[in-house]
Design a protein around this ligand. Structure first.
Ligand code: NAD
Ligand code: ADE
Length: 417
């Protein structure tokens, strides 16, 4: 059965979307350089690529690169609320098959993912693992024929490793998230800045002097903690991993259990990739006016169902801000429905970091096109040479030169005596 050419909010927004994509291109020099290098060879000619990514101006630069290299691209969203409708329109105008609009229902979201899964793709690109899971559950024969896939984020890599552990992974996958030039920059500086941006666009509150509780001190959590401190907030970190908790302490943050932090925080931001990090017992003790946001991939970190059950009143007070009145009159404010606050209330990571993340995606896709069929179904890291290439191109684009090892230094470092 054929699939529709596209389904988006409004094709008339294409002009606005194109200007936005051009703005992103201006700040994504590495990906544009790669696009130029491989453009003439058309290394993806004849290949169908299905992607499940946040439909943003930065994603546009990636998928238009893949198209320039010869691929036919099908794009579903990675979250029902993160699509930039004007970007979707511009992409459709340039010949990408897009199935996304901001504010999709759950059913519409899964319809879009199934649509891009159903076209018998050669390669898939995912952010969060929903497309990989769909291929493994509903399109098994097509999955077996895939050259391979890539995965953009920590949560998706965790799901793929679970498939691999059970011996059920059907194709090779490059864990793009695990490239150093991805997680050290995207997860940390990208989410750090764009989460502050999302909280501010939604609330316009003063951060200086506020107590911000960050749950999880992984790469995302430490970026948020660092940037919130930079805005003058007092930052409390909660963790379950003793080593990361210790790092947070020695980075100068206050560390305590969420049960204690819940009583004193003004703003709570989850970044764990885990479920039920903030629940009923925490809502019960929070201060009047407390603000709750999530930066982890799925909307499972703050238990929104329990918040809804407890509330005697619920209303939207500003775009992306829902007020819940508790039985004792306290008001709690949930941002972006508990979904990724940086992508729903702001525009996601700045283009400069997506430049590196998506250059890694593009290079991983090239590798799968070339040798995916020969790779056993496993979760692969990104080779060091790829990381170094992306870092070198990024430094070059910034006009920064670094030293090189002399022969003498190289020889010295290779000796044990
Ligand atoms: P990570 O594994 O580096 O860090 C997660 C941390 O959370 C770990 O240190 C872990 O010990 C801690 N943790 C787990 N359960 C916890 C709990 N109950 N309480 C407190 N801490 C707990 O992962 P990461 O790269 O930092 O990613 C975190 C999440 O953010 C993932 O879901 C990832 O996919 C997502 N992510 C979002 C964006 C974005 O744009 N918003 C960008 C990158 C990653
Ligand atoms: N994830 C986080 N920020 C993003 C962005 N700007 N575009 C696509 N995916 C993202």
């Amino acid at each position: 059965m054929g699939v529709p050419e596209f389904r988006i909010r409004d094709p008339g927004l294409a002009g606005k979307g194109r200007v936005s994509i051009e703005w992103a291109e201006m700040h994504m020099p590495v990906l544009l350089e790669l696009r130029r290098i491989y453009s003439a060879a058309k290394p993806l000619k004849g290949l169908k690529i299905s992607a499940c990514l946040h439909v943003t101006k930065e994603t546009a630069v990636l998928v238009e690169t893949l198209k320039e290299w010869g691929a036919e691209v099908y794009l579903a969203p990675s979250n029902p609320l993160s699509t930039q409708d004007e970007v979707a329109a511009a992409l459709v105008e340039s010949g990408i098959h897009v199935y996304a609009w901001r504010g999709m229902t759950g059913d519409e979201y899964w319809w879009a993912i199934k649509t891009v899964a159903s076209i018998e793709p050669d390669i898939i690109i995912d952010d969060g693992g929903d497309l990989h899971a769909t291929m493994h559950k509903h399109y098994v024969e097509a999955a077996k024929k895939l050259k391979g896939g890539t995965e953009e984020t920590t949560t998706g890599v965790i799901r793929l490793r679970a498939l691999e552990r059970q011996g059920k992974l059907l194709y090779p996958v490059f864990a793009v998230n695990n490239a150093l030039t991805k997680f050290l920059f995207d997860n940390r500086y990208g989410t750090g800045q764009s989460t502050v941006d999302g909280v501010l666009r939604a609330t316009n509150i003063l951060l200086a002097g506020k107590t911000v509780v960050v749950a999880g001190y992984g790469w995302v959590g430490r970026g948020i903690a660092m940037r919130m401190r930079g805005m003058g907030a007092r930052v409390i970190v909660t963790e379950v991993d003793p080593i990361r908790a210790l790092e947070a302490v020695m980075d100068g943050f206050t560390v305590m259990k969420m049960d204690e932090a819940a009583k004193i925080g003004d703003i709570f931001i989850t970044a764990t990739g885990n479920i039920n990090v903030i629940t009923r017992k925490h809502f019960e003790v929070m201060k009047n006016g407390a603000i709750l946001a999530n930066a982890g991939h799925f909307n499972v970190e703050i238990n929104v169902k329990e918040l809804e059950e407890m509330a005697v009143r619920k209303r939207n007070v500003r775009p992306n801000v829902t007020e819940y009145t508790m039985p004792d009159g306290r008001k709690l404010y949930l941002l972006a429905e508990g979904r990724l606050v940086n992508l729903v209330a702001a525009e996601g990571h700045p283009s400069e970091v997506m430049d590196m993340s998506f250059s890694n995606q593009a290079l991983a896709v090239l590798r799968l096109a070339k040798e995916g069929e020969k790779l056993p179904p496993k979760v692969y890291g990104v080779p060091r040479e790829q990381d170094e290439l992306v870092a070198r191109l990024k430094l070059k684009s910034m006009g920064i030169e670094i030293d090189e090892l002399t022969d003498e230094q190289r020889e010295y470092l290779s000796r044990w005596e």
